[in-house]
Design a protein around this ligand. Structure first.
Ligand code: NAI
Length: 211
């Protein structure tokens, strides 16, 4: 890859991708940065700046070709390939993730859930099997797994995460409320904490009320 793109820019890419996907669904073929800016409520100059990081994509007087931009951002985000996911912890959250079929549209396929609760043995969610933790190793060896989602209690998160890394999984989607302590520093971790987002909302509500 060429020059390093800031994480702030990367963080904005999924939103561009989402909006462009909606435009495609509406049959829109091209859009100017001004129109996109109005739709996304960010300045046109921000859009131009962000997209310039990847060499532009726009043409003077033409705007952006929506399909092309969508595909290019998809490439930047690594979405042209299918990513297989396993979920560790098949409780409320794990099952909710498995039930959400739209990740598949982005190429993220949840192909197995794992748990330690024998009551869940042999069950499935939306056709995705729930297996016991003892079966994890064999499953990971015999399938191409790209990402592991951790949706079990935080107490076992480090142990399981390190076990997954040893099995060759280098991307963790971490929902357990703990900062993982991983032996291999090359592993990429994306922490998702809905409660952080709620606390942010609470703060903003308070600030709003104070105004
Ligand atoms: P839950 O109790 O419904 O499910 C947890 C599941 O993990 C259970 O089925 C349990 O048998 C299983 N489990 C326990 N130890 C395990 C192990 N060592 N290996 C595999 N499975 C194991 O809980 P829920 O509501 O689904 O929450 C799961 C986790 O996600 C908790 O750590 C919770 O704090 C966290 N959470 C995080 C959110 C976020 O935004 N990051 C939002 C909601 C929950």
């Amino acid at each position: 890859m060429g020059k390093e793109i800031s994480q702030a820019v990367i963080r904005r890419m999924p939103r561009y991708y989402r909006y462009l996907g909606e435009l495609l669904d509406e049959g829109v073929e091209r859009i100017s940065s001004n129109e996109l800016s109005e739709k996304m409520k960010v300045t046109a100059s921000q859009i131009r700046q962000d997209l310039n990081n990847f060499g532009g994509f726009g043409q003077q007087g033409y705007g952006y070709n929506v399909q092309y931009l969508y595909d290019e951002i998809g490439k930047i985000l690594g979405l042209e390939e299918q990513h297989n996911i396993i979920v560790i912890g098949a409780g409320n959250l794990g099952q909710a993730l498995a039930n959400y079929g739209k990740f598949e549209k982005l190429g993220f396929m949840i192909i197995g859930l794992f748990d330690i609760n024998p009551d869940l043995m042999g069950r499935s969610q939306r056709g995705i099997p729930i297996m016991m933790l003892e079966e994890l190793e064999e499953f990971v060896i015999s399938h191409k797994i790209d990402i592991a989602a951790l949706t079990m209690p935080k107490g076992s998160a480090d142990t399981i995460a390190n076990q997954l890394v040893k099995l060759g999984i280098h991307a963790i989607w971490n929902f357990a409320h703990v900062d993982l302590d991983l032996m291999d520093k090359n592993v990429v971790v994306e922490n998702v904490h809905l409660s952080d987002s709620l606390m942010q909302l609470s703060y903003n509500m308070m600030r709003n009320e104070a105004d």
